[in-house]
Design a protein around this ligand. Structure first.
Ligand SMILES: [Zn+2]
Length: 468
């Protein structure tokens, strides 16, 4: 004892859930993520957990992304009655993301029933928007770098992870009677160094055991300055009298883009341009970001101290109402529209694409990964025509992409962060990556540090005191 079981993010990047069971029967889960993507994975959201939800005492969340928190409203629905700890910003973000997730679940179930393509009859949402809102009452906000006691044997401390606002590393201290104290560190999703807005991942110098993500375990980020391409795309599109549409995630990416656009205007790399953020969620997330100065890195804090709005380009409009969004369709002035979803799988970006993708004056600029099977991928791969909202549209617009943006550390950044440890951990469990990525990171850790690495399988359990 204690026993650690991997309930997700094993050989894939979704469903993060790590269950700890202690000698006295106490149970703790770190992260409570939804499985997303292919059917075979999503079906796991419906499998019974290896622990009854009412026997689960507490949960710690590393950050708000749904693949780390989006299963919780389901747990709350089926009887969870403990406490959920998270950074204060994560609590605020869950207030935005969970109800939205419930709404999408309801819409998907309704659509599946209408189209008759469900094997569950009738298709049901995992939880509804209302149930997601009800689940928010379990959340307890915790300050960074401040130890929190869960029980007489358990305490934890959160440190900024630099991945998205509110993201943290979880350092868990376990003191079971009759056993040596044990420190377990969870990386959650590890962020990058020298990024706008977010601080660097916090250096950690001691851990007995680690659970580390590996999304980019076999890749390095493109280090080219994104401003070069961004400036080129904006200037050439404006010369044609066109509009730049940027499909973008509402959490993190949109704010990062605004920060960079503001810098580019100040540096006179681009003229002052009209920017429209057409996403109610992005507007809400931006408010959360600005309300939490503890999330701002030194550069952003310094700007604020000098009275500069770090996200304030000269002419930026946050659009909430559908009417204002529709009005953009007839607005012929060259502009930048940033809208969700990032992979064009839904949201307001679809309306803008439908109206503008046939005009060669415009540009669609991708700033994030486009998964296979999404409209974003289809356009990025050069589709000549497509269907949006059931309407056939011919694609004549310019399609561009910038590979720079990512919220995950690449393998060099992971190794840099791990090199802060003063002593080797007893083992590093590698999760949250496709198999090729986690194997690659495992080899790199073994080669560089000679540490023991473990690639856990789905539902595999480990007695942590037995690992030497
Ligand atoms: Zn994440």
């Amino acid at each position: 004892m204690p026993v650690l079981q991997f309930l997700g993010a094993t050989g894939c990047v979704t469903g993060s859930k790590y269950l700890l069971t202690f000698r006295d029967g106490e149970r703790l889960m770190v992260d409570c993520g939804l499985f997303q993507g292919p059917h075979a994975l999503r079906d796991r959201n419906w499998e019974p957990l290896s622990v009854d939800s009412e026997k689960l005492g507490s949960i710690i969340l590393t950050h708000a992304h749904l693949d780390h928190t989006g299963f919780f409203p389901r747990l709350a629905k089926i009887g969870f009655d403990g406490k959920v700890y998270a950074s204060e910003t994560t609590v605020d973000l869950c207030g935005i993301l969970w109800p939205d997730s419930g709404k999408i679940q309801e819409e998907d179930a309704m659509y599946a029933n209408k189209e008759g393509y469900t094997k569950h009859k009738p298709a049901l949402p995992l939880y509804t928007e209302d149930e997601a809102r009800t689940a928010l009452r379990f959340l307890r906000g915790v300050k960074y770098q401040t130890p929190t006691h869960i029980s007489k044997n358990l305490s934890f401390t959160l440190y900024p992870a630099g991945h998205i606002l509110g993201s943290c590393l979880v350092s868990l201290d376990i003191h079971e009677p009759g056993e040596a104290p044990l420190n377990l560190l969870f990386s959650g999703d590890l962020g990058r160094y020298n990024q706008p807005i977010t601080p660097d991942p916090t250096p950690i110098d001691k851990a007995d055991l680690m659970v580390v993500e590996s999304t980019y375990g076999d890749r390095l980020h493109d280090g080219t300055d994104p401003k070069l391409k961004l400036a080129e795309v904006i200037k050439s599109t404006f010369r044609r009298g066109g509009t730049v549409i940027i499909p973008s995630f509402a959490v993190g990416r949109t704010q990062e883009l605004l920060y960079i656009l503001r810098e580019m205007e100040e540096e006179k790399v681009i003229p002052d341009i009209p920017v429209f953020i057409d996403s109610p969620m992005a507007s809400s997330v931006t408010r959360v970001l600005l309300a939490h100065p503890e999330e701002h890195d030194l550069e952003m804090t310094s700007l604020e101290q000098h009275g500069i709005d770090p996200l304030g380009t000269h002419d930026v409009t946050f659009i909430r109402s559908v009417e204002e969004s529709k009005a953009l369709n007839t607005n012929a002035v060259p502009k930048v529209i940033i809208a969700s979803s990032g992979m064009c799988t839904g949201g307001r970006v679809l309306h803008h694409l439908r109206h503008r993708v046939s005009d060669p004056a415009n540009t669609v600029l991708f700033v994030g990964y486009q998964a296979e099977g999404t409209l974003g991928r289809y356009l990025k791969d050069g589709a000549k025509e497509t269907k949006i909202h059931g309407e056939r549209v011919v694609v004549r617009t310019h399609i561009e992409s910038i590979e720079y943006f990512s919220a995950h550390a690449d393998y060099n950044e992971e190794l840099r962060w791990l090199s802060n440890l003063n002593e080797p951990p007893r083992a590093v469990f590698i999760t949250h990556g496709e198999d090729a990525a986690r194997k690659s990171l495992s080899e790199k850790i073994s080669t560089q540090f000679k540490w023991k690495t473990v690639l856990p399988e789905y539902l595999q359990t480990f007695d942590l005191n037995a690992i030497s």
